[in-house]
Write a protein that binds this ligand. Structure first.
Ligand SMILES: [Zn+2]
Length: 392
């Protein structure tokens, strides 16, 4: 009996490990615990050397789902490219020095992607969530590099606009739900057979007396998951054959991983869209308004560019931030979010609080002038009459 208990414990540990996700840092994860109620969280850089966050999916597969939507970790403008993010304040981890890599289109070396990383010449320029996204960015950079200078501004704005296309995101979301419908049923049957019925029967009646019915049933469901996952993945991601092969191999070698096949199909499916758009699709209206205001604050109050001594970098950062802000504000406006609700200074939490960060709304005491969490965003006065006004 002890061996059976150890076996079940190992099975469940392996399964819980498969419920973990390792999205890139600065990713927004939307997740549902079931009953159609979605929430969001911003994944921090928990595993700093790997630039990865961690997220535990709901271990009960009949319920919930998760979608990861990364923020862009690079800036492009008609003037050139810059390894600096207009969307998040922390160092994306690929900057070569304090000024960051930047170059004009004319001076740009050969662009290529290698796995998740896009290289410009020999310099790593951006790290993307997966190889497919890296291929698409490197394709966009190559196109921009080769086109006449006068056409670049429009081409970049068009690429930005695709991230904010609610109709395309809605269509993709419906595709995703229909592709996963049958697969979800079989994943649940595999979960019930392999993770619940098999262990319970082995503990109460005995492994030797029961394996002959639950193990072959689990085997049939496992094979069905592999076949259905292949078909669904091929229809949703026709160009990502390499990633499909890796995921299938993982689920082939480790049948408990196959229980999570829906997550493997869903997790990165809306990566091409901006978090504001995915939030609009899945969040309840009142939570979406709050989420949108937080995202808008993050793009409105960026820290000063990292490269005060590099005019080109500052110019690229300025253009890309301004165009992102305008696209994000335009989208939020079209969805009816009341941006003005966030405009005023918050009430001081206690008597010693004197200033606040307009980006994350953290309050600070006397003597602090910039928010360290937001990469140096200048603080603002909590009360208009406060002495802190003079320092901002
Ligand atoms: Zn802040």
């Amino acid at each position: 009996m002890t061996e059976v208990i150890s076996l079940i414990a190992v099975l469940w540990l392996l399964y819980l490990y498969e419920c973990l996700f390792w999205p890139p840092a600065e990713t927004v994860v939307f997740h549902s615990l079931g009953l159609g109620r979605w929430q969001w969280m911003s994944v921090s850089n928990w595993l700093a050397p790997l630039e990865r966050g961690i997220f535990l999916g709901n271990p009960l597969p009949p319920l919930g789902g998760a979608l990861s939507v990364p923020r862009a970790g690079y800036a492009i403008s008609p003037d050139g490219v810059y390894a600096w993010s207009p969307e998040f304040a922390r160092d994306p981890g690929l900057l070569q020095d304090a000024d960051g890599f930047h170059a004009t289109w004319q001076a740009l070396g050969a662009v290529r992607s290698d796995g998740r990383i896009v290289f410009v010449g020999d310099t790593p320029f951006a790290k993307l969530p997966d190889a497919g996204a890296a291929r698409r960015l490197s394709g966009l950079l190559k196109r921009l590099k080769d086109m006449p200078a006068a056409e670049r501004a429009k081409a970049i704005d068009d690429a930005n606009a695709r991230r904010f296309d609610l109709a395309a995101a809605t269509y993709r979301w419906s595709q995703l739900q229909s592709a996963a419908r049958g697969l979800r049923v079989v994943c649940n049957l595999l979960f019930l057979t392999l993770m619940v019925a098999g262990p319970v029967a082995s503990l109460t009646i005995g492994l030797g007396q029961t394996w002959w019915w639950w193990l072959p049933s689990a085997g049939v469901f496992w094979l069905l998951v592999l076949v259905m996952f292949y078909a669904a993945h091929r229809s949703l991601y026709p160009e990502d054959g390499g990633e499909r092969g890796e995921k299938l191999l993982n689920m082939f070698l480790l049948p408990v991983a196959a229980v999570r096949a829906c997550d493997r199909l869903w997790f990165g499916a809306l990566r091409g869209f901006h978090p504001l758009v995915v939030g609009r699709l899945v969040l309840p209206p009142e939570e979406y308004a709050d989420f949108a205001r937080q995202v808008l604050r993050a793009v409105q109050y960026m820290p000063p560019p990292l490269s005060p001594r590099a005019p080109l970098a500052a110019k690229i950062a300025g253009w890309s931030t301004e165009h992102l802000q305008s696209a994000a504000l335009g989208f939020a406006h079209s969805t009816g979010v009341n941006i003005a609700a966030d405009a005023g200074a918050p009430v001081a939490a206690d008597e010693e609080c004197e200033s606040y960060c307009p980006r994350c709304r953290t309050q600070y005491r006397r003597g602090t002038f910039a928010c360290s969490d937001c990469g140096g965003v200048p603080l603002r006065a909590l009360r208009p009459s406060s002495a802190a006004v003079a320092r901002v």
